[in-house]
Design a protein around this ligand. Structure first.
Ligand SMILES: Cc1ncc(COP(=O)(O)O)c(C=O)c1O
Length: 371
């Protein structure tokens, strides 16, 4: 599915130089590498502020904490995006409100937002899944008229854009993960929170370090220890100049898959809106006999994955946690038909910058033989 040695291996010398720079600096937490990466990433996304944190999951929790989400509040989101957002909402004692996805794009359906807004709605989290971008003008319009802050989970959409404006530059706050397999990946866990509002930035800045302002004085509740470390920041800075090239290579692989697979009329691929620039983070196909195909591909030596097999509203751990918090039970099987259908049919093909094009051809041909 991935070949991280190839990505990092191609940059050995510059990575070693970056690591030595950190080693010799004698400054390992919140130093000059983090500050420089924050400024470079803010420029890349097209926002005023970026704060490095320890992971994408922490970024989501921090963003919700900045908005003071807590018990009694509702947060609107989807249930097919891996559970990261749901986990963050539940960890704060708030109620996730799931809306169904658009069955063609497999992304949040902005038309459904209005139907679930209540006086308890505190925020909406939208995930740009698979590197595909949600219709952000529609999301911002629906949330703007209802006065709901928007958090973008852009972990899978580094550099993606809608109508030229990047994923992560639309919402009130945006969250990124730099998990090693992401389009820009660290050599460990790393994440970031981005925004344009100085008050949000200041709050996030305090909350990532115990809520302190100044040191040892807790100004905001809900603080955590979630700091991007200097080594990961130096690695991210080294790879950031290559991100555009990585994305082009991913898009070339995705292009081969699309061309070979789309010609089969019954082949089902998520639709990519024409206003969007997708970044081919993952390449999902859909088939009713997904499990059979997956087994047959594995027998031919082709690894695949499923993003994601269980929707959040059917995850036993989330249901258990919601009960412990005394949250309203959410409906079970059948509540989100498009979400459930997607989770039962999606299959992710290998798609990374160093997948050789003849391998992508081989994966396509093998897939079509078993389709
Ligand atoms: C869409 C999405 N959101 C959030 C996360 C969580 O990021 P992390 O693994 O850095 O905590 C991930 C991925 O891993 C993700 O794919």
């Amino acid at each position: 599915m991935n070949d991280l040695r190839t990505i990092f291996g191609g940059e050995e010398e510059s990575l070693v130089t970056a690591l030595l720079r950190v080693l010799e600096s004698g400054h390992y937490i919140l130093g000059s590498e983090v500050t420089a990466f924050e400024s470079e990433w803010a420029d890349f996304v097209g926002v005023r502020y970026c704060l490095g944190v320890a992971s994408g999951s922490d970024a989501l929790r921090l963003a919700l904490t900045v908005l003071e989400v807590g018990p009694g509040d509702e947060v609107i989101t989807v249930a097919n995006a891996g559970g990261y957002t749901t986990q963050a909402i539940l960890s704060l004692g708030a109620q996730p409100i799931f809306i169904d996805i658009d069955p063609e794009t497999l992304l949040l359906d902005p038309d459904l937002i209005g139907s679930v807004v209540s006086h308890r709605t505190k925020a909406l989290v939208v995930t740009h899944l698979y590197g595909n971008i949600v219709d952000m003008p529609a999301v911002m319009a629906a949330c703007g008229s209802a006065g709901i802050p928007v958090i973008e989970d852009s972990a899978q959409a580094h550099g993606g854009a809608w109508d030229g404006k990047k994923a992560g530059a639309w919402g009130d706050i945006s969250c990124f993960s730099f998990y090693p397999t992401k389009n820009l990946g660290a050599m460990g866990d790393a994440g970031a929170v981005c925004c344009n509002d100085p008050l949000i930035a200041d709050k996030a800045h305090c909350l990532r370090q115990y809520g302190w302002q100044p040191k040892y004085s807790v100004r905001y509740p809900g603080g955590m220890n979630s700091r991007l470390d200097e080594i990961q920041a130096a690695i991210l800075r080294t790879l950031l100049p290559r991100l555009a090239q990585f994305t082009t290579q991913r898009r070339t692989v995705a292009g081969i898959y699309r061309e070979r697979i789309e010609i089969r009329r019954e082949a089902s691929l998520p639709r990519r809106p024409t206003d969007a620039y997708d970044v081919a983070h993952l390449f999902p196909v859909q088939h009713p006999e997904r499990d059979r195909i997956r087994t047959e591909l594995a027998q031919s030596g082709i690894q695949t994955d499923i993003h994601y097999p269980i929707p959040d509203h059917l995850q036993p751990g989330f249901i258990h946690q919601a009960k412990r918090w005394g949250l309203a039970a959410w409906s079970g099987l059948g509540a989100l038909p498009h979400t459930e259908a997607a989770c039962n049919t999606v299959l992710t093909l290998p798609c990374h910058p160093y997948l050789r094009l003849d391998m992508a051809e081989h994966v396509s041909q093998t897939l079509l033989r078993h389709w």
